[in-house]
Design a protein around this ligand. Structure first.
Ligand SMILES: [Zn+2]
Ligand SMILES: [Zn+2]
Ligand SMILES: [Zn+2]
Length: 754
């Protein structure tokens, strides 16, 4: 019997070639009807025999386009009036209704487009904005939903007849590819000098940029979600110049490699990491160095890894036809500012850093930094979740709607819950920065308007001084504060959909505790509804407060002083401040207590003479990890656990005594650094055994920024597994403060009345 059905498909189904896919599939099944986008997703009316309709609907998820993520296919009505229409049509987008739709992500150049890009006979040969329904810009060009050309920054470009024909041809790969464009009708590039003179346009601009790069110049390149500063990664002089001009003395620089073979020459890869590197997201991956002769030493000094990626836009790919095969591609910004993303501002603000500017006239609606990840046990281990991943949803087990979580202060990411989705924003940066704070507000506005969401609850950090907290407190809706380290554990639990009692190890730099002191070595037990803090470090006094976080030698000094070490590190003892520090300590003057595990790492790095002051966040701990990779043996160091009343404490004093004694005996710094890591991993294992004995909990969640340390992660996981714990660590949600907003939402969900 002939029927006409109304079917709805939910999920990431717009901007991913879904309508042409349905069109072609329906033609194959000889169904008549229509398909369209609206704010809930894709709707279709299909007419044919019931049997065929059933077979058709079942086939959809099996052969859906690569970028689509189908959440649900719903047959709404099986008794629509028969129309006897012939053929299948695609109808115009409809804007009204409850906005349920997922916002599509930016996707790297696909292999079909890359082939065309490099084919001289193709009409888009070397066209730097080639794209199709399977690839190209999305999130960074969207102004409103539904996702259609007139709602993107492509609206100012009128398609030429050839592009329009592709756009309207349901059998074409560019059917309704919203950013569809070519040399004749689409965005164009131009090369400018510091005086803002245009010195070349079109392919000539890219060619000249490539030649300038080969000649050792620094070029600001407008990409997908912002500007990069690029230079020849093999040329020491220009890398040094870039570091000096950018005021980025030591932090490792990311390198874009021409292709996978070029990349494999400098880092060790696996089948898994190669898949990620070449996948639709193309993040920066931190991978172990292989050949260090090919690149300048200044790229990633003392670091065992390079941060590498492959060209992800056609512009980058074309540039490599004319440039050196390894290019530094570092976010273009002034120190501590967010990445530049507007032509005028970039040319002005980067005037003292870049020699030339490779610009284009496709406007970036919102800045989106490169995502950064590493690989742990053949799974992604996300460090910065942004381009290619934001704003993909993470699923909640049940509906928990109309919630905003404002995240932490640094590495800010916000989250929005709607239906069963948690939408995590792109990386917004450190909110103390004015520009970043503006981006934070814009992002909340954008996402709430995309999703048509009026919040009924705003979740925020407990820290009263965080700007994200202050913003939340000004809003006229209900609020919920979540303690920072509980949110870290919540993020890990969300990733693994846990709601049962766990041991939560949150080792972190800092975070506001319930008692008003700075926490960061929390061992919790609980199920997320509730956590009990059962262990943490003995407090470390920060002499001069915040200053001790940057001047890590103060931490080294205070650790040795409180561990009763007479013969302190010479770097500390010869300083004039010491006598004042002693008074400050004994009188508790301008001394703040911290139980942050990050502070112990920093202090030990200072004792081992690795660093006195840091120039970027986490530097001392990173260098402690880096030197530990050079260790050739292990020595028995131990972080003691003591029990007082019903709580355990990590007593670091004996550990500091051991390290200081070995150091005096001339033990290698790498060996001590490695031994220190093992001592922390052993202490994690030991505390978990104590807790399991007493409370019977066998699941362990590892979270907090300290677990970006791959030695600590590896050693902790393997020890816990040997003792038959079920161990959970982060994968797609960062363990650092980029994951806080996700954890805030999940704990708010677990704590809500259901
Ligand atoms: Zn493509
Ligand atoms: Zn065209
Ligand atoms: Zn944190």
């Amino acid at each position: 019997m002939i029927k006409r059905w109304l079917v709805r498909i939910y999920g990431v189904v717009q901007g991913v070639g879904f309508r042409p896919f349905i069109y072609n599939l329906a033609s194959k099944y000889q169904l008549s009807g229509l398909v369209g986008n609206d704010t809930q997703g894709v709707f279709l009316e299909i007419e044919g025999s019931e049997e065929v309709l059933n077979a058709f609907v079942q086939q959809i998820p099996i052969v859906a386009p690569p970028m689509a993520v189908i959440d649900k296919i719903e047959i709404i009505n099986t008794e629509l009036p028969i129309s006897m229409q012939s053929g299948f049509i695609i109808v115009k987008s409809q804007g009204a209704g409850d906005k349920q739709i997922s916002v599509p992500v930016d996707t790297a150049l696909c292999s079909d487009c890359e082939k065309e890009l490099l084919t001289p006979e193709d009409r888009r040969y070397l066209y730097p904005f080639i794209n199709c329904t399977n690839c190209g810009p999305r999130y960074t060009i969207i102004e409103a939903l539904p996702y259609d050309r007139f709602n993107t920054t492509m609206k100012t470009f009128q398609m030429c007849p050839e592009c329009a024909a592709e756009y309207n041809d349901p059998t074409n790969r560019r059917f309704h590819a919203q950013p569809n464009a070519c040399w004749h009708c689409g965005p164009q590039v131009s090369l400018l000098d510091r005086q803002k003179n245009i010195i070349a346009r079109g392919i000539e601009a890219i060619k000249q940029a490539g030649e300038f790069l080969s000649a050792g110049k620094i070029i600001a390149i407008k990409g997908l979600g912002g500007f990069h500063l690029a230079c020849d990664a093999r040329n020491s002089d220009v890398v040094k110049t870039l570091r000096r001009r950018k005021n980025r003395e030591e932090k490792a620089l990311a390198v874009m490699c021409k292709d996978i073979n070029t990349l494999k020459a400098i880092v060790q890869t696996s089948i898994y990491s190669e898949k990620i590197l070449q996948g639709p997201e193309k993040p920066i991956l931190l991978l172990p160095k292989k050949d260090t002769q090919l690149l300048a030493d200044e790229i990633a000094p003392v670091n065992p890894n390079y941060g590498v990626m492959l060209p992800y836009t056609p512009l980058h790919r074309v540039l490599f036809e004319f440039s050196p095969p390894y290019l530094v591609m570092t976010s273009a910004n002034k120190t501590d500012e967010p990445i530049e993303y507007k032509n005028d501002e970039a040319v002005s603000n980067l005037n003292q850093i870049a020699d030339y500017f490779l610009l284009h006239d496709r406007e970036i609606k919102r800045r989106c930094d490169d995502s950064v990840a590493t690989v742990f046990r053949d799974k992604l281990f996300m460090i910065r979740r942004s381009r290619g991943f934001a704003p993909l949803a993470i699923k909640l087990p049940e509906e928990f709607s109309h919630i905003i979580a404002t995240g932490a202060e640094q590495k800010n990411v916000i989250a929005i819950a709607k239906g069963k989705d948690i939408i995590l924003s792109h990386h917004l940066g450190d909110l103390e920065n004015e520009e970043a704070y503006r981006a934070f507000e814009e992002c909340i506005n954008d996402l709430t308007s995309f999703l048509d969401l009026k919040p009924r609850l705003i979740v925020h950090d407990l820290h009263p001084e965080y700007l994200a907290t202050k913003w939340a407190l000004e809003q006229p809706v209900a609020k919920l504060a979540i303690q920072h380290h509980e949110a870290h554990i919540g993020a890990c639990m969300l990733e693994h959909q846990l709601a049962e009692p766990v041991i939560g190890i949150a080792f972190d730099g800092t975070g506001y505790g319930y008692d008003g002191t700075l926490w960061g070595s929390e061992v919790f037990i609980g199920d997320g509804k509730d956590f009990r803090r059962v262990a943490h470090l003995l407090p470390i006094p920060l002499i001069g407060g915040e200053k001790a976080i940057r001047e890590v030698w103060r931490l080294g000094y205070v650790l040795q002083e409180l561990a009763g070490i007479k013969e302190k590190n010479a770097n500390f003892n010869n300083r004039p401040e010491i006598s004042i520090f002693k008074k400050m300590l004994s009188n508790h003057l301008n001394v703040f207590l911290s139980t942050g595990m990050g502070r112990l790492f920093d202090g030990v790095a200072a004792i081992l003479n690795l660093r006195e002051k840091i120039t970027y966040d986490g530097q001392a701990a990173i260098e402690l990890e880096n030197i530990a990779y050079h260790s050739t043996k292990s020595i028995p160091l131990k972080l003691d656990i003591i029990q007082q009343e019903k709580k355990w404490f990590f007593d670091w004093r004996p550990l500091i005594q051991q390290i200081s004694a070995y150091l005096r005996k001339g033990e290698a710094i790498s060996t001590l650094a490695f031994g220190f890591h093992l001592a922390i991993a052993n202490a994690i294992n030991e505390i978990c055994l104590l807790i399991r004995n007493q409370y019977g909990i066998n699941k362990v969640c590892l979270s907090g920024g300290v677990f970006m340390n791959q030695i600590l992660l590896r050693e902790s996981v393997s020890r816990l597994e040997q003792d038959n714990f079920e161990v959970y660590w982060h994968q797609t949600i960062p363990c650092n403060d980029g994951g806080i907003a996700a954890g805030q939402i999940y704990l708010a969900y677990l704590r809500s009345e259901k």
